[in-house]
Every structure is written in structure tokens, then in C-alpha cells.
Design a protein around this ligand. Structure first.
Ligand code: AMP
Ligand code: MG
Length: 419
């Protein structure tokens, strides 16, 4: 089989991954613990909202018929029978020729059908008001149940809980909500050359950065990381360390999937009974990539190069974790920007180019963050987003429009950064 036939497109790889994802079970959490989780059940309104007709303004509750002739030059005088603040209720209602001074949110007294705003009145004394404007029935009233009635769908399953949803649930008089579990994700670095922070980097060893950036990406995706450590390139050690990750919803390894080396990860995962697929994905960075399932656990074999590991996480692992969490917005938002400088690329691969974004005179520009080698993590750190290119392109010229996938954080605000 030729190398080309071994290649799989980014879209096909992603579809295969997402088709294997099961949405996780749910748990009941108190409101604040549920922030950023996805609801697993519909929540039905139990209360009338607002609970009674109430005033939308500070002013005077009146019978609209009494003030039909009121104008600035010929005001209508009404007798003020009560002063009602929010939290209090009129004791007797109003009759003909009467008004009640009322604050925003207070229940409308029996007999009143409109509110005249304070600015359209003059208080003559404690018991008389001059009304300078006529109002139609219903003016500045908030009707009982205009927001919600018992039985209405307050929030559908699948809603991500943000502060507004916390407030809405609280207004429904509930302190708990059912949400999907956070995915638990085991992370393992592989390689004889990999040392942990603080360990001796004798001979040709380098410090593990992948398990740290991947742990942070897992946290950022709303999942719980389980750090398994570093395995040598040894099938027995790999297998026993991976076994420790089988209780998780997903396992992520980095390294050991490139040609000549991938047999270690392959044999270790094979020994655990996985149905693993090894792909050469038609993309840069991140060509070698392995995916499969071991019982109920998804296994992702990411490439070892630090940028390739992060980019393949973004494209394949993050959407899977969001789907597991019950979320529906699986992908990062993208923007369109004008490229600064020509970029040459390999035909047949989708290239993800690290870009800094900025805005000048209402035009968004994308500037490459420097050398695009898949090990150059600093250029990832400088990037606001990844420009997504087409497989067939070989040259993207300065001034061409590119689609840029935002990487989160403050990438949206950084547009204001000056060139
Ligand atoms: P591999 O896919 O194992 O051939 O690794 C590709 C490159 O990524 C090599 O230069 C490795 O040293 C590097 N690499 C692998 N794992 C890590 C890691 N955990 N942290 C930083 N670099 C790594
Ligand atoms: Mg390796």
C-alpha cells in the first residue's frame, strides 16, 4: 500500500473519534458546583414569574380612566392613599379618584390598571398627587407569569450552565441541578529521553512538557486530569502504566507513535485488548496519531512533538471531551483574517499555522508567530489562533484571507493589540 493510501483526512479522523464517544452519566450538584457543566435533564418552571402583576417603574398606580384627560397644562389631582415599597402589598386597593405611590417591583394594588411614572407627576402634599400625563391601561405593569408559568420549560437538557442559568435556577427556588459528569482523563508521557521537572537531565534527556500542557488542556476542556507519569519505551512498563488509566473515561499518551517507534504503544495498547487504529493524518503538525477504545475508555495516542501533541488534542481530543460532557458546541470559534507574508506548504496536508491576530482600521490580520516546527512550543505560546489551510494549497500569499481557529484565553480581546 502506498503511503498516500495510509493517509486519513482530519475530518475523517475527527468523525471516527466523535462517533465512538458516549455521553457520560449525570450527577446532582449544588448550583455553584454546576457552573460550566451541561444539564442532563430538562428543568420545568415550578413558579409563576413574576408571581403577581407588579410595577415596572417608580411612580403612582392609578385607574387609567381617572387620568384620561391629564396633560401638562391641565393635570388631574388624585388622592394618595398609601405608599408601597417593593416587598409590601397594598392593604385596601384603590377606588375612583385615588392613587397609590408605588416602587418598582411592588405588587399592583387591587383596582389599579396602570402606573404613571414619577417624572410625569408632581407631589402636592403627602396625600395629593398631580398627574400630568394620561396612560393607557397596562402601562408600566409587569404581568404575573409574563416570564414563566408553572409547567413551562425553564431550561432544556444540554444547556451549558453559565451565571444566567444559575440565577434562573435560583429563581425557580432550587439549589440543585442534574448535570453530566466531568470526563476523567488519564495522561501518560512516553520516551526513554523524558524526565520530569526537577529530575536529572543527564545524557540526552529532556524535560516532559507534554503531560503539563495536556493536563492544562484537559482542565481547560472542563475535564479532570489523572497524571500517570512517564513510561520508558518498554512494552511491559507501558502496559502496566496504561492499565492504571483504564478506570478513566479517556487515556492520552504522547510520543511513541511515529514510524519505527510506534510498536511500543501499539503492542502495549494491543495487550490491553484495545481496538486501536494507527493513522497518518494528512495534517501538519501532528501526522502520527492513534485512536481506539479499550472497554469503555477512549485511547488517544498523540505525537510526541510538543506542538503536535497540543494541536492534535485541540482537533481530536477536546471535541470528544466536550461531547462526553454533554456539550454541543464541540469546536472552537473561527474568525477570518488577512494573512501577512507568504506561506509555502506541503500539498496534500492540512496545515495548522500558529498566528497572532490584531486589528487595524476594522480589518483583522493574522501574523505567523515565527518558525512553525512542530517542536517549537514558544510559537504556540505566542499564538492567538491556528490558521487552517486546505490540503490542496501549496502557497498562501500575503493578503489572502485565512480562517483562524481561536485558541481561547484572551485571543478575542487581543485583536486590539497594535501591530
Ligand atoms: P516521539 O513521537 O516519541 O518520536 O517524539 C517526538 C519528539 O517529541 C521527540 O523529539 C521527543 O523527544 C519529543 N517528546 C516526546 N515526548 C515529549 C514530552 N513528554 N515532552 C516534551 N517533548 C517530548
Ligand atoms: Mg518517543
Amino acid at each position: 500500500m502506498s503511503q498516500k493510501q495510509n493517509l486519513i483526512s482530519v475530518t475523517d479522523a475527527r468523525d471516527t473519534v466523535l462517533n465512538s464517544v458516549q455521553v457520560l452519566s449525570s450527577e446532582r450538584l449544588d448550583l455553584f458546583a454546576s457552573l460550566d457543566r451541561v444539564m442532563s435533564e430538562n428543568v420545568i418552571a415550578t413558579r409563576l414569574q413574576p408571581p403577581w402583576d407588579n410595577s415596572a417603574m417608580d411612580g403612582y398606580a392609578v385607574r387609567s380612566a381617572d387620568v384620561a384627560a391629564a396633560t401638562d397644562t391641565s393635570p388631574t389631582l388624585l388622592s394618595v392613599t398609601e405608599h408601597i415599597a417593593a416587598g409590601y402589598r397594598s392593604s385596601r386597593g384603590i377606588g375612583k379618584g385615588e392613587a397609590v405611590q408605588i416602587m418598582t417591583g411592588a405588587p399592583i394594588p387591587e383596582g389599579a390598571d396602570a402606573v404613571v411614572r414619577s417624572e410625569d407627576t408632581d407631589q402636592i402634599d403627602d396625600s395629593t398627587v398631580s398627574i400630568k400625563k394620561s396612560v393607557p391601561a397596562g402601562k408600566d405593569l409587569r404581568r404575573a407569569g409574563e416570564d414563566l408559568s408553572p409547567g413551562d420549560l425553564l431550561l432544556p437538557a444540554g444547556t451549558r450552565i453559565r451565571p444566567a442559568e444559575i440565577g434562573l435556577l435560583a429563581s425557580n427556588n432550587q439549589t440543585y441541578v442534574s448535570v453530566h459528569r466531568r470526563p476523567r482523563v488519564a495522561i501518560l508521557s512516553t520516551g526513554d529521553e523524558i524526565a520530569d521537572i526537577g529530575e536529572d537531565t543527564y545524557d540526552a534527556r529532556i524535560i516532559d512538557s507534554n503531560s503539563y500542557s495536556l493536563t492544562a488542556q484537559v482542565l481547560d476542556a472542563g475535564a479532570t486530569p489523572i497524571r500517570l507519569g512517564i513510561s520508558r519505551d518498554d512494552p511491559t512498563e507501558l502496559e502496566s502504566m496504561l492499565r492504571a488509566g483504564l478506570s478513566a473515561d479517556a487515556i492520552i499518551t504522547s510520543g511513541g507513535v511515529s514510524v519505527g517507534e510506534y510498536d511500543f504503544v501499539k503492542s502495549a495498547l494491543g495487550a490491553l485488548g484495545t481496538t486501536m487504529e494507527f493513522w497518518k493524518v494528512a495534517m501538519t503538525p501532528g501526522r502520527p496519531f492513534a485512536f481506539g477504545t479499550i472497554q469503555d475508555t477512549l485511547a488517544f495516542g498523540l505525537p510526541g512533538n510538543p506542538v503536535a501533541a497540543m494541536v492534535t488534542f485541540e482537533l481530536f481530543v477536546r471535541p470528544a471531551l466536550i461531547k462526553m460532557s454533554g456539550g454541543s458546541k464541540l469546536y472552537r470559534p473561527t474568525v477570518r483574517a488577512k494573512l501577512l507574508g507568504d506561506i509555502g506548504k506541503t500539498k496534500g496536508r492540512k496545515q495548522f499555522l500558529r498566528m497572532q491576530l490584531f486589528e487595524r482600521e476594522n480589518q483583522l490580520y493574522a501574523n505567523p508567530t515565527g518558525a512553525q516546527g512542530s517542536g517549537i512550543l514558544r510559537s504556540m505560546s505566542l499564538a492567538d489562533g491556528l490558521a487552517i489551510t486546505h490540503e490542496d494549497q501549496t502557497l498562501i500569499r500575503a493578503g489572502d484571507e485565512v480562517e483562524v481557529m481561536l485558541l481561547g484565553g484572551d485571543s478575542v480581546h487581543s485583536f486590539t493589540r497594535n501591530c
